[in-house]
Design a protein around this ligand. Sequence first.
Ligand code: SIN
Length: 516
Amino acid sequence: MYSSSSTSSLKIICIGGGISGLYFAIKAAEFSKLTIYSKDELSESNSYHAKGGIAAPLGDEDSISSHINDTLLAGDGLCNENAVRFMIQNARPCIEDLVTLGTEFNKDKNQQFDLSREGGHSHNRVVHIKDETGKEVINRLIEIVRNHPNITIKEHHFVVDLITENSSVVGASILNTQSQIIENHYADITVLATGGAGNLYSFNTNPPSATGDGYALASRVGATMMNMEFVQFHPTMLYLPNREDNILISEALRGAGAQLKDSKGIQFMYKYHAMGSLAPRDIVSRSMLKEMQREGSDFLYLDATSIGEQKLREEFPFIYYACKKYDIDISKEMIRVVPAAHYICGGVTTDLDAKTSVNNLYAVGEVACTGVHGANRLASNSLLEGIVFASSAANSIKENLEILMQRKNTPSKEYSEKLQSNISKSSVVSKVDIQQLLWNNLGIVRTAIGMKLAEKKLSEWKQNLVEEIKIKGRNRQLYELLNMIETAILITSFALRRTENKGTHFVEESDVFLAD
Ligand code: SIN
């Protein structure tokens, strides 16, 4: 099916294997060979765990302008309207392309896409595969890249740093975490597709690998970043007292009729917003926090019993059986839920071609900030953003092949370093320390004092950790901590600079902003 005959000699590396990295690789492999580096197995991405689906205005009653409006409203006035229009206009062709690549989205009885509803959407517009869209789409894309003659996959390869020469990115220093050898890998184009940073927070919906690596890598080479203060909390993660698991209760369940309730079984969301349980996520999460404080409780309830057992089993099998595992029968009893860190709306600033401010460096997916999410992402717009901008990155590289070939990088210094075999943990800071600091001070509701405290603590930790790395070497554990801290510093400094409450950034004592 795929040929390797007419490829350019451009060297491309793609860091990360979520939906945007994989889709970029498939598109770029039409004209170039490339290598995907992934720090774990390819399936260990945020996209793989995405439950809802991909938003696209495909329904009969729906329109591109309605989807644009909903996105702008959710983004609370901070979206880049041009980027939003570009993304939504490209939604249909990208979904159709995923189908051509073999993705089998759910269909209704008329063989049209079965479109579900999520928070902030005024129409049903989420194409999905039951309640495990991410897993199904990613599995299909992984199958394609694994069999593609132009794509090399290097799993268990952790990118330690990007390499720059004359202010351009020319590749990356990459640690093979199995052999513990760091080598420089040079490339003409480097694409960051490293995903998000949910693990900066105690409660989060992300896999453990989401440690903010891409934000830190990009900011270390001076890339322009934006909107980092906007951390989106998903309103409904399953509450488990010992945090045994982070099970996302998809918003699609609310789209199908489930309602948020307090401990007395009373719906409370209409007090806060006309869309009730399906209001934009920032509003739902903040309202839940208020209700939890009022009740003095660590959780609230989602009542899905009205949906009925058969539909729950057939359409929401992941949620149904994941809850069953914890002895919760969601067809008969309410589900305990808690808001959890879910998605970073900001990131490395990119244009419509996914180019960053640094030569030869592109960014796609959650790590990028195209501007489409503004201050609060509309549900299920992220997988859409991932594929649309991955595709435009590949197109832009293809259109500029001649120019890119002329300024091709010639690899400079060979480099190889073997790490010490007795890799020790940090004695400076732990993941839990960072998670607690951010959860308490840069969470759903923030205070100026809390943000200042976090800023001070993070800067101390960073200083000491950098010293520790000089002694112990650039191992993955220490570098993930460094990436977490540097990403946390970005979130904190952007939050401290913002002088008004917008979307997911909400400061309680708005009269004491520390804007200087
Ligand atoms: C969900 O299914 O609720 C998550 C979808 C998203 O975050 O866009």
